[in-house]
Design a protein around this ligand. Structure first.
Ligand SMILES: *Cc1c(COP(=O)(O)O)cnc(C)c1O
Length: 401
């Protein structure tokens, strides 16, 4: 990775993980092969013993996957990265590597749903106990520390509340207590937030979102700071098998080249959309890290180079208003997931969290009028017009009631 030293972030997006290839190809070829043949038994033996470096089976390593891993490690400023089949496979790899029966974990309350479930059910079954706290107040983390606390797991901004946690303060708490701090950096991407700069030990991404950016891949990654962590995670990932495949690696690597440009436009559009929503009579509140009204706006300014592409807002008119708005947008796509070039909108109460019922939603702080918007890179006036039209329909139905 000699040619990368000294490059600025934007150049790293374009050039990281790219080497010299046969025929002068400028992008890494897709080695769509499950296995690699050996010239001799002796050579095979030297690969298995680790005496020589080379490829022998794609679950273990593959040049197309490695190219992507090198690129992500460079963008996060880490030592090495491990490509995984999904964001959840990456999170599982980290938990399975560093946790064992009897360990305690402190996790952000506002965290991607399946991460919460993974800790509460599967890892709980194996004897790992988790305390969920509001990590946007570092004092809560400090208070939750136990003698067996092994890991602090933070998502910032957290899903779906967009609460921001102070990575520098929480890293200090973790290290003073011999615990690891792991951060899910999916919502920001390294273009906007580089957790290693604040003392974080391990970074996880769902590459399905901003890193790939085109809504056509499910993938994840773990980024580590030292060889010891790398070897430990690699062993677990290779044994449990949740690896990324060569074709998806190629697609994500291609997506990375425009990461800096996409993030810039996501941020620019989001701030304008957030301000439009904040001023709208049918919107009672807007949460966006770039608004001064955000409760951790100051922490965000220290920690982010931009405020991201995710907005949560609350509609007057609750459940019905949410449903009506969802069925009235045209440019914004009605879908879960986030971080793609296209704007995606979703109403948890009538969609992802519908089956849990009103009471359970209330307990989980999923309000009836809550809408989550992943702002894409379309023309912002088109986006605002689409939201404005949908809100006009909402207004009409509210008046008619
Ligand atoms: C989507 C997401 C995940 C899970 O990633 P998959 O690729 O869907 O497995 C984890 N964390 C956050 C913050 C996410 O948005």
């Amino acid at each position: 990775m000699e040619k990368e030293s000294g490059m600025q972030f934007e150049s790293k997006c374009v050039h990281s993980g790219i080497g010299e290839y046969e025929h002068g190809a400028v992008v890494p070829p897709i080695y769509q092969t499950s296995t690699f043949k050996f010239e001799t038994t002796h050579y095979g033996a030297s690969l298995f013993s680790g005496e020589q470096k080379g490829y022998y089976y794609t679950r273990i390593n593959n040049p197309t996957i490695e190219a992507l891993e090198d690129a992500i490690a460079a963008l996060e400023g880490g030592h090495k990265a491990l490509g995984c089949a999904s964001g959840m496979a990456a999170i599982h790899t980290v938990f399975a590597t560093f946790l064992e029966a009897g360990d305690h974990v402190i996790c952000s309350q506002s965290v991607y749903g399946p991460t919460n479930t993974l800790l509460r059910t599967i890892f709980h079954k194996f004897g790992v106990v988790t305390t969920f706290v509001d990590t946007s107040n570092s004092e809560n983390v400090h208070k939750a520390i136990l003698p067996n606390t092994k890991m602090i797991y933070v998502e910032t901004p957290g899903n779906p509340t967009l609460m921001i946690s102070d990575l520098e303060e929480i890293s200090k708490i973790a290290h003073a207590n011999d615990a690891l701090i792991c951060v899910d950096n999916t919502f920001m991407s390294p273009a906007l937030q580089r957790p290693f700069e604040f003392g974080v030990d391990i970074i996880i991404h769902s590459m399905t979102k901003f890193l790939n950016g085109h809504a056509d891949v499910v993938a994840g990654v773990v980024v580590v700071k030292n060889e010891d962590h790398y070897l430990k995670c690699r062993k677990v990932l290779n044994q449990t098998g949740g690896v990324i495949d060569p074709f998806n690696s190629f697609l994500v690597h291609r997506g990375l080249k425009t990461l800096h440009l996409r993030m810039e436009r996501h941020c620019e559009n989001s701030l304008k959309v957030a301000k439009f929503l904040e001023a709208h009579e049918l919107v009672s509140s807007v949460t966006y890290p770039g608004l001064e009204s955000h409760p951790q706006y100051e922490i965000g300014l220290r920690q982010h180079k931009g405020h991201g592409g995710m907005i949560t807002f609350e509609l007057e008119g609750g459940f019905e208003a949410g449903e009506t708005m969802m069925n009235s947008v045209k440019l914004c796509q009605l879908a879960v997931s986030l971080g793609g070039v296209e704007s995606l909108i979703q109403h948890p109460a009538s969609m992802t969290h519908f089956t849990m019922g009103l009471e359970a939603r209330r307990e989980a702080s999923i309000t009836e009028g809550m809408v989550r918007l992943s702002v894409g890179i379309e023309n912002v006036d088109d986006l605002i017009a689409d939201l404005d039209n949908a809100l006009k329909v909402v207004k009409k139905t509210l008046v008619n009631q």
